[in-house]
Design a protein around this ligand. Structure first.
Ligand SMILES: *[C@@H]1O[C@H](CO)[C@@H](O)[C@H](O)[C@H]1NC(C)=O
Ligand SMILES: *[C@@H]1O[C@H](CO)[C@@H](O)[C@H](O)[C@H]1NC(C)=O
Ligand SMILES: *[C@@H]1O[C@H](CO)[C@@H](O)[C@H](O)[C@H]1NC(C)=O
Ligand SMILES: *[C@@H]1O[C@H](CO)[C@@H](O)[C@H](O)[C@H]1NC(C)=O
Length: 957
């Protein structure tokens, strides 16, 4: 064990000998403060030094009269931690002022000091001191890690309360600043007493370079007779601490008062004061011997050591005298040739390649046979080497995110480098780590972070960012157009802030190109539609006064129209709440000559009381699923028909409005590929919808491999599900009058029954389509689910039937590829872009779901992929209608069936190659059915964070 132990123990009796294998030095590092008071500076002084008294309160610096250096309080260098005084029992009259107080860091895994105004690429000596002094009254000195920049420096093992620990490193600093970070390793609260930085010429210490740093083990001055006689600044212009080692029993001291010159291009510049003293063995026939033990650490188990030995001849020798010696390490030559020190001029031997793996490092210096004089040595420095190959995050990114942190006073673990080391990367950031270039910030999630004020221009300086979520803050002002300069940005979320103005044109353009997904719902003053935006305040107020009644009127008219349409058999003026049970199914919207037979279930829009529901569900015993609406329960009607009961909970974020919307829609539409509503309940505050039971759950579960039977869908099954879903949507678009837009088409809203027949579910967001302008009334709240939302709808706020076509295209791509709409690759990737790129290169096998094991016709696969790409065209005009899609998918299915099952391969009975052939007609004990609704704009935001970590069934939401 070899360390620097510095203490103010004047009563020390015997300094240890080198032979004792310990350089335990008991010394007084006295530094008494004097009057000179300067202002704190966070910059190097005129000689480039930074000297910090950590934990010193106030802003005043002081000058230490023993070394004339000025010490600054640390507030300008660190923005965490708290100041403490050491305990009185550890204060002695000669204790240096900087040891009287410490800064400790009880919070956060990593806390850092930042030393600025350096020169990137130059070499610096950095020194940290730690005197515990029982400042916290716990009597337990801590152990923690210290990093220099992004590289591990040393463990700080504070072994006792009184003895200061001193860590020194010589490193090449890659930036114009360097951080010293204390990392809590779970073994006590990190603290620090002092921090120094000293610039060094690049030529000094050749063993320290851009990829390797030196950590001081010992720096010994041989020859002083006073063990307290430390040499440092101003005697050493670099302010290294040279500690005396006194052992009068083994060594003779020799010294001179004449100045020792440094040779030209001296690699170490040992100061004259150090070189003026030396030792020779007391017994002239003996060697000089000393040793050190390696100090392995958990993060550096076999440290490598380099040593610099400093020699000069202090005596003018007569011509018949010679001093010549060998230097040996562990009995083997360390320096290969006989060595003769020059007179009053520094010389040094050092090793470039570190030595490793010895149990002890024994140095022996012996005279050669020709030598008339014993060996001599003036000083030695021993360092372990550390790797400094970790590269900090791109400096532009660091500046930008640091400015963001400062502007919004981000309250997170934002200390040290944003991305490095990975284990300490800043919460909310995603980074990319390339081998040959610095890490970049690619994702920023500052949602729910209490950000106040306008959107910082620094966001636009995060040049590699792909994903930025600033939702649910109090951001004000407008969205800066500079964000459109971020070429990699694919997702930008401003949902639920107080932004105003319009969406900048640069961003709109990206949305239209399909490269950007912008979310901005819940910003009441933000104009989602560029041209309807007010420019002046007065105008805007007026516009609101006008707009509100218009919107109200439109809304009232729509509701009335819808109600009339639904309840035309009812007394005018009644509401759905008072609808009496009906025996007759409304048929007004079922196409005549119904090509699609009614569901086998005899449907009736029956009204249930809450009591009846209790009976049906056996007191709400079995939960099938859970959604934003509330829970979905399993139940049986009197005739044994299994049903799913969706009960609206009080805490539900699905309002009465959506509940009614779904009830209304389902009351009037019936199609074999739309989930059927059997009845509803509006009993006091209880609201519920009763659906046909879909035992095989959602399509999403099957695609993600969580289907109830564990297996995967065959290509033919997928095609049939696609066709049936398309038929359901086509019915909404064409069979209903006015047409209905589902607005939330996705795998989770396509349910499968025991025969794997597909039905569209969740009509809570469905909107009637206005024939006049072809669009629905624009609202500020976008609905839909991340990854499925039509970019045109997104940009305009106006859904069309083509918005459903777009979402259906995404579902179709999911069926082809087996991948979710957005997945990690490793960054969140849209299935559309991903598939488009591969298909453009003709790579169908690169996108097809490998779980189909190649059991598919490549032509139908191409055709289906092609339909999907057409559906997801950026411009709605280029997308097919659902009617086109149905026709195309019909063709695909026929081709696939012909291939798989021969001419008459009936899909419904399964083909021989169908792994699910035994599945049809099974009475699978369905566990869940999706009749939950899911996607208000608000929920969509939450979904995004999880979307890449598919699968998440709707029931889990
Ligand atoms: C810290 O130092 C003490 C005393 O030398 C030693 O016993 C202990 O093992 C060290 N702790 C670690 C974690 O190395
Ligand atoms: C730094 O020094 C080490 C040891 O001599 C060497 O292996 C490494 O290549 C050097 N790195 C640079 C950047 O010169
Ligand atoms: C060197 O010469 C001096 C006289 O010139 C003599 O006293 C001394 O002993 C000699 N030393 C050696 C080592 O021969
Ligand atoms: C001194 O060291 C050298 C080189 O290791 C060795 O060859 C020689 O025998 C040693 N001489 C004495 C006197 O120890």
């Amino acid at each position: 064990m070899l360390r620097w132990l510095l203490a103010c123990a004047m009563e020390q009796s015997t300094a240890r000998t080198m032979a004792a294998r310990s350089w335990l030095l008991l010394l007084c590092l006295a530094a008494v403060a004097t009057a000179g008071v300067l202002q704190a500076r966070a910059q190097p002084d005129s000689i480039g030094f930074i000297s910090i008294d950590c934990g010193l309160s106030g802003t005043a610096s002081y000058v230490d009269d023993t070394n004339t250096l000025s010490y600054a309080p640390d507030a300008a260098f660190v923005d965490a931690g708290s100041n403490h005084n050491i305990s009185a029992e550890y204060i002695t009259p000669k204790l240096g002022k900087r040891y009287l107080n410490v800064r400790s860091f009880p919070d956060g895994a990593r806390n850092c000091y930042t030393l600025r105004s350096l020169v990137a690429g130059l070499k610096y000596l950095v020194r940290a001191t730690f005197k515990y002094g029982n400042y916290d009254g716990l009597g337990r000195p801590p152990i923690f890690d210290v990093y220099i920049g992004v590289n591990f420096w040393s463990m700080a093992n504070i072994t006792d309360a009184d003895t200061p620990l001193l860590l020194e490193a010589i490193v090449v600093v890659p930036d114009d600043f360097v951080q010293v970070c204390l990392v809590n390793t779970g073994t006590g609260t990190p603290f620090i007493s002092g921090l120094d930085l000293r610039p060094l010429k690049s030529t000094l210490y050749p063993q320290a370079n851009a990829t390797q740093g030196l950590v001081l083990l010992g720096r010994i001055n041989f020859g002083p007779t006073d063990a307290t006689d430390i040499v440092r600044y101003p005697d050493d212009p670099h302010d290294r601490f040279w500690l005396p080692l006194v052992d009068a029993t083994s060594w003779n001291s020799i010294s001179t008062t004449q100045r020792v010159q440094n040779i030209d291009n001296d690699l170490f510049e040992a100061p004259s004061k150090v070189m003026q003293t030396a030792i020779t063995p007391r017994n002239a026939s003996k060697n000089i011997e000393f040793s050190w033990d390696p100090e392995p650490q958990p993060k550096n188990p076999t440290p490598g050591y380099v040593a610099n030995m400093h020699f000069t001849e202090l005596q003018l020798l007569p011509s018949n005298a010679t001093r010549q010696f060998y230097i040996n390490l562990d009995g083997k030559p360390w320096y290969p040739k006989p060595f003769t020190p020059p007179y009053l001029t520094t010389d040094a031997t050092y090793n470039s390649n570190p030595y490793r793996g010895l149990a002890h490092y024994n140095i022996s210096i012996n005279a050669t046979a020709n030598s008339t004089l014993p060996p001599i040595i003036n000083a030695i420095e021993v360092f372990s080497v550390i790797s400094t190959t970790n590269v900090a995050t791109d400096s532009q990114d660091v500046s930008a995110i640091t400015a963001i942190k400062a502007k919004y006073h981000v309250q997170k673990n934002w200390m040290g480098d944003p991305c490095v080391p990975k284990t300490l990367a800043w919460e909310g950031l995603t980074c990319s780590y390339a081998v040959s270039s610095p890490p970049r910030i690619t994702g920023v999630n500052l949602s729910f972070s209490g950000l106040n004020g306008d959107i910082s221009s620094s966001f636009a300086n995060l040049k590699a960012v792909q994903y930025m979520d600033l939702s649910h803050n109090n951001l004000t002002g407008s969205i800066p157009d500079s964000l459109s300069q971020l070429s990699s940005l694919t997702v930008l979320d401003f949902t639920a802030n107080q932004l105003n103005g319009s969406i900048p044109s640069g961003l709109l353009k990206k949305i239209q190109e399909g490269s950007l997904n912008l979310r901005y719902g819940n910003n009441s003053n933000l104009c989602s539609n560029g041209n309807s935006c007010q420019t002046t305040k007065g105008k805007s107020k007026l516009a609101i006064y006008i707009a509100v009644p218009v919107v109200l009127v439109v809304a009232i008219v729509s509701v009335v129209v819808l109600l009339c349409c639904i309840l035309r058999r009812q007394k005018r003026g009644t509401t759905i709440n008072s609808v009496k049970p009906q025996n007759e199914t409304p048929r007004s919207h079922v196409p005549t000559g119904d090509a699609y037979p009614q569901s086998s279930l005899q449907l009736e829009n029956r009204r249930f009381t809450y009591k009846e529901l209790e009976v049906i569900t056996n007191n709400f015993q079995r939960v099938l699923g859970r959604g934003g609406f509330g829970k979905v329960y399993d139940g049986f009607l009197e005739d044994g028909t299994q049903v799913a009961v969706k009960l609206r909970s009080d805490s539900s974020n699905q309002g009465v409005k959506e509940f009614l919307a779904e009830a209304q829609t389902l009351t009037r539409i019936h199609h074999k590929n739309l989930v059927s509503m059997i009845g509803y309940c509006k009993d006091g505050e209880y609201m519920a919808l009763v659906y046909e039971y879909m035992s095989e759950g959602t399509l999403q579960e099957h695609i993600s491999g969580n289907g109830h039977n564990g297996g995967f869908l065959s290509w033919a099954q997928r095609l049939r599900i696609a066709l049936e879903s398309a038929q359901g949507l086509e019915y909404l678009h064409r069979g209903c009058n006015p047409p209905l837009i589902h607005r939330d088409v996705k795998g989770a809203n396509i349910l499968l029954n025991s025969k794997l027949e597909a039905k569209i579910a969740d009509f809570g967001l469905t909107k009637a389509f206005s024939r006049e302008n072809g669009t629905q009334v624009s609202t500020n709240t976008l609905v839909g689910t991340q990854g499925y939302v039509d970019p045109e709808y997104h940009a305009t706020g106006k859904p069309t039937t083509k918005s459903d076509v777009y979402s259906f295209g995404v579902v179709l791509l999911e069926l082809v590829t087996g991948r979710p709409a957005i997945f990690r690759d490793p960054e969140p990737t849209s299935i559309i872009l991903w598939a488009r790129q591969r298909l453009a290169r003709g790579n169908i096998e690169g996108v097809v779901d490998p779980r189909m094991r190649g059991d598919h016709d490549v032509n139908t696969l191409w055709k289906a992929a092609d339909i999907a790409l057409k559906c997801t065209a950026q411009s709605s005009a280029q997308r097919p209608t659902m009617t086109d899609v149905v026709a195309q998918l019909q063709e695909c299915l026929e081709l696939e069936q012909a291939r798989a099952g021969g001419a008459n391969g009936s899909f419904y009975t399964g083909s021989s190659s169908d792994p699910y052939s035994g599945y049809n007609g099974s009475t699978a004990d369905g566990q869940s059915t999706d009749v939950s609704r899911s996607s208000t704009a608000f929920e969509m935001d939450h979904n995004f964070g999880r979307a890449p970590t598919m699968p998440t069934g709707p029931a889990a939401r």
